[in-house]
Design a protein around this ligand. Structure first.
Ligand code: NAD
Length: 315
């Protein structure tokens, strides 16, 4: 009996996987790149800027952050903060990048979004070609990940988003519509106030210092060309050569120490920050294609029509 139940479970799972993979469209990297560039140029962006912005968005899809790749074409968006930190890292520097954004983070004890998802990114080179990349929103997740759950037709995990009344929701459509995300850490009981504090720190770096708009002054989803977002960013580059010798070796030692910790589940090894992105990058590069949710491609088809560019070609 138990064997029969297990077999049925395995068959159901297999069928679900087959159906799922058969409906996930795959696009060649050059084709994604062509589509992004043409969309930008169709709205008057210069060839050079279109190329630069395409590189930023492609890096997000390459590294598995689909919320910030093709999903963000024609937007008024800063994109993947880690892209900028990694540009410094490739030059042998410690790179940091911060931006403020739209009022999606609901401060602990409040029920309205006020601060941005305000990401923090840091990348640094280690000996032997290794590196660290910390690149994360200060909300439990970026809003783009809630959009991805809509595309996937899956519920939200605990502690991601709230409804209009400030109550936790598992419905991605409700979470996206209400525009209310929990800070990193979730509820007050699970130290969500620390995410709120990190986002507040980011706000000081990005808008208070620079005179750009604060996150609460820029409505979520605003795209009026007459009223540009006027967000602020902070970039930092530190030359480790100005400090104690042996930075790269010490960082490599930390990374390998963390990765070699005994895992709770042997099938899930301990990762260092940036490992997921690196492994995703390598797989995408090897495959030469990017696999998207069907809804993503559908929304690109309507964008192509709107802008008069050739629709994205799937394999
Ligand atoms: N432009 C904006 O306004 C904006 C706002 C928010 C987020 N973002 C971007 O969205 C992207 C996604 O952000 P997110 O917060 O949803 O990402 P996320 O929750 O996937 O966290 C990513 C970070 O966690 C690390 N990580 C993941 N799993 C790990 C594990 N098991 N062990 C160790 N480290 C692990 C990753 O290496 C990475 O540094 C980022 O690139 C971010 O810059 C942009």
């Amino acid at each position: 009996m138990i064997v029969l139940i297990l077999m049925r479970f395995a068959i159901n799972r297999f069928v679900k996987l087959c159906v799922r993979s058969s409906i996930m469209p795959e696009v060649r990297i050059e084709e994604v790149s062509r589509f992004m560039r043409e969309c930008f140029q169709a709205t008057g962006v210069s060839e050079n800027d279109a190329r630069e912005h395409t590189a930023l968005l492609l890096q997000a899809d390459f590294t598995g952050h689909y919320s910030h790749g093709l999903n963000r074409v024609g937007s008024t968006h800063f994109g993947m903060a880690g892209y900028w930190a990694q540009r410094a890292e490739k030059q042998g520097l410690i790179g940091m990048a911060f931006t403020n954004s739209s009022p999606l983070l609901v401060p602990t004890r409040a029920k309205e979004g006020t601060l941005g998802t305000n990401p923090i990114a840091m990348a640094a080179p280690a000996s032997g070609g290794d590196s660290i990349l910390v690149d994360m929103s200060t909300t439990a997740v970026a809003m783009g990940k809630v959009e991805m759950k809509i595309h996937e037709g899956k519920p939200l995990p605990d502690g991601w988003a709230m409804d209009q009344n400030g109550k936790m929701t598992h419905d991605p459509n409700v979470g996206f519509k209400s525009g209310r995300l929990y800070p990193l850490g979730g509820l007050e009981e699970t130290s969500g106030y620390k995410g709120y504090c990190l986002s507040a720190m980011n706000e000081v770096f990005c808008s208070t210092l620079s005179g750009a708009k604060a996150s609460h002054q820029r409505p979520w989803g605003a795209t009026d060309p007459e009223d540009p977002p006027n967000l602020g960013q902070m970039f930092v580059a530190i030359d480790p050569g100005c400090f104690a010798p042996g930075f790269g070796d010490r960082l490599a030692d930390c990374l390998s120490h963390w990765r070699n910790l005994p895992p709770v589940d042997p099938s899930l090894p301990v990762l260092a920050p940036g490992d997921k992105e690196r492994s995703h990058f390598e797989q995408t590069n090897k495959r030469g294609t990017i696999v998207y949710e069907a809804k993503q491609i559908e929304s690109c088809a309507s964008l192509a029509k709107q802008l008069g560019v050739k629709p994205i070609l799937t394999l």
